[in-house]
Ligand binder design. Structure first.
Ligand SMILES: NC(=O)c1ccc[n+]([C@@H]2O[C@H](COP(=O)([O-])OP(=O)(O)OC[C@H]3O[C@@H](n4cnc5c(N)ncnc54)[C@H](OP(=O)(O)O)[C@@H]3O)[C@@H](O)[C@H]2O)c1
Length: 353
């Protein structure tokens, strides 16, 4: 089973500076240096200054635009009761960080108490106590349906309501269909389908009575297309997306929003270039989306934007997987043929080796 485990160091590291921002600064610096080499001083001071000034102006506009967007997103979650399942996963931690910084009253769920405590400490250590709330920690194994009911009751008894529920928890499994036991298939279905729908159904009456609320499902592109050797995972994600699509339509009359966020591959901290590795950092700046997938920080910020703008569905994918979704929809035979030839190629390579 492919489940990433993070150390406490990584817990704290994620609260540090976003390395992407450093890379952007490096790129800007390189641009300025190369411009200086291309246009020597005899071309006139004005010509030399034009590009840096233009870049500076553009950076300023981008900075102001991002600050305004952040303030708007923040106001949408301030003082709101936000439940995040599996807050200790790579993405869960980043969601916890952005919603905590936004002033939400967080309920952080996870199935390992020590990891929850480490996350709590990491959040509190960098927060301004006058602007943020101390999160509530709750043990939750999402595949344990009875426990999930009790957790919903505990949260409602504590806060009286839930404003935003982020269904992030899920289990991953990889392997050929015949190598995965039926028992494991059911466990995956419990964690990725019955778990989120149980929690949602337990919280829904409270949202309906208040005629407000937002339910977010962190799903996957594998809820849209089936990728070989991930049958159980893909099936559970397809099931979840079907449920939440129906729920969205049913909840409209109660002013409750339902959003599904479908990333492709989320890169983990294990894929980050080592600090000081310039070559890897520059490579990552240009190709991070292709080579490393989407960064958890980007996904977490997208979740925040999704909540503030009440977007219904988000697909976070590079052009190739995005095209695959459209091909699957409009030209299914072509999609199946491409996938099958990919498998044949893989088996051939394995045989040759
Ligand atoms: N990673 C990707 O490439 C990717 C791509 C698309 C979508 N997503 C979605 O993004 C969400 C977060 O994934 P992630 O990649 O950030 O996770 P992750 O870092 O790979 O961590 C896996 C997590 O699953 C937890 N877990 C496993 N079984 C559980 C259960 N029964 N109850 C509660 N927690 C359980 C583990 O908790 P313990 O540490 O306590 O075992 C661990 O925190 C998931 O919904 C996933 O489907 C991920």
């Amino acid at each position: 089973m492919l489940i990433t485990v993070f150390s406490i160091d990584e817990n704290i590291a994620f609260l540090g500076k976003n390395s992407l921002k450093n890379n952007e600064c490096i790129l800007l610096l390189l641009l300025l240096i190369s411009y200086g080499l291309l246009f020597p001083a005899d071309m006139g001071v004005l010509a030399v200054l034009a590009l840096p000034l233009l870049l500076l102006g553009i950076s300023g506009v981008i900075y102001i635009y991002q600050s305004v967007r952040w303030l708007l997103s923040k106001s949408a979650v301030q003082n709101k009761v936000v439940v995040i399942t599996d807050a200790i996963s790579g993405l869960g931690k980043e969601c916890s960080r952005v919603f905590h910084a936004g002033g939400a009253r967080l309920v952080l769920c996870g199935r390992t108490w020590e990891k929850l405590e480490a996350l709590y400490d990491a959040l509190i250590s960098v927060a301004d106590p006058s602007m943020t709330y101390a999160p509530k920690l709750v043990l939750l194994d999402i595949s344990d349906i009875n426990c999930t009911q009790d957790v919903a009751t505990e949260i409602l008894n504590c806060y009286g309501c839930v404003d935003i529920l982020i269904n992030n928890a899920s289990m991953k499994v990889k392997g050929a269909v015949q190598s995965i036991s039926l028992e494991l298939d059911k466990k995956i279905m419990d964690a990725n389908y019955f778990g989120p729908i149980t929690l949602t159904k337990a919280i829904l009456p409270n949202m309906i009575s208040r005629r407000t609320g937002h339910i977010v499902l962190i799903n996957s592109i594998q809820g849209k297309i089936g990728i070989p050797f991930r049958a159980a995972y893909a099936a559970s994600k397809h099931a979840a997306i079907g449920f939440f699509d129906c729920l969205r339509a049913e909840m409209e009359e109660f002013d409750i929003s339902v959003s599904t966020v479908n990333p492709t591959f989320i890169c983990s901290y294990h894929h980050q270039p080592a600090p000081g590795n310039w070559e890897a950092s520059i490579w990552k700046f240009f190709f991070r989306k292709v080579a490393y997938g989407v960064h958890p920080v980007e996904v977490a910020e997208e979740v925040l934007r999704t909540v503030s703008s009440k977007k219904q569905e988000v697909l976070m994918a590079n052009p190739v997987p995005r095209a695959a979704v459209y091909i699957r929809t409009f030209f299914p035979e072509l999609f199946f043929a491409i996938v099958a030839s990919g498998i044949r190629e893989k088996l051939k390579t394995e045989e040759e080796n």
